[in-house]
Write a protein that binds this ligand. Structure first.
Ligand code: C5P
Length: 221
């Protein structure tokens, strides 16, 4: 095994949540900490890659100074940064928990409380993984994540094909896994729909396994 299996490779990783503003002080978001994507970025850099990490709002940062961090707030901003970097990228790993929708209009001023309910119109955000997967060249590898609460395998395989990924990493939120936790338990599913289940381990070890799977099985030889 080479000590720098990703030498001369450029890796693009998305991580963390996105925040979709409602007004100057409020947003729609989720509980993603960015830990899994940050671990992937650190590990890819240790394996010799040039790493760009497009990171949504989270206080966490990679400890490895070689990782180029591009901080973003919204899905639209994350999408723009990924589009800029994609043509020079060998491996893209979309680990961010991107908000599916954003408020149609962002209020200029803080929305005042009034009698009755409040209705906020939402519109669809761009699907970054779908866009990159469906325009990748034969030598580019694109990897997605799926977080499912039911029918995990079936839904993950659906996403793999729809978004044209080379690999999808399925995780399910439970006691020791998922948002904010230091450990994870995932199943890798490739285009032949073969499943490789990685037992409960640290997000660093999961990151290493994912990246080694990519270098051993998915990168052009
Ligand atoms: O469809 P779903 O959101 O479950 O798909 C999850 C995968 O798609 C993750 O890899 C996530 O980073 C990516 N995704 C994205 N842009 C979106 C929504 C999801 O890149 N707008």
């Amino acid at each position: 095994l080479s000590l720098s299996p990703l030498k001369d490779k450029t890796v693009l990783i998305t991580a963390g949540p996105t925040h979709e503003p409602i007004d100057p002080v409020r947003f729609i978001g989720n509980h993603s900490s960015g830990k899994m994507g940050i671990s992937l970025a650190e590990t890819a850099a240790e394996m010799g890659a040039k790493v760009n990490l497009v990171l949504g709002p989270t206080p966490l940062r990679p400890t490895n100074a070689d990782v180029n961090v591009i901080s973003v707030e919204t899905a639209v901003h994350m999408h723009q940064e990924c589009e800029k970097l994609f043509s020079l990228t060998d491996i893209s790993i979309m680990a961010a928990a991107v908000a599916d929708y954003r408020p149609k209009k962002v209020a200029d001023q803080k929305i005042k409380k009034a009698d009755g309910g409040l209705h906020i119109d939402l519109i669809k955000n761009p699907d970054i993984l779908f866009d990159l997967g469906n325009k990748k060249s034969a030598t580019q590898v694109v990897v997605g994540f799926a977080l499912e609460t039911e029918n995990g395998i079936e839904n993950a395989i659906g996403k793999l094909h729809k978004k044209n990924c080379d690999l999808i990493v399925l995780n399910s939120p439970s006691f020791n896994t998922g948002f904010g936790k230091d450990t994870n338990e995932v199943t890798l599913i490739n285009r032949k729909e073969e499943q490789i289940t990685l037992g409960l381990k640290s997000k660093q070890d999961i990151a290493k396994d994912i990246l080694l799977h990519i270098t051993d099985h998915l990168l052009p030889k």
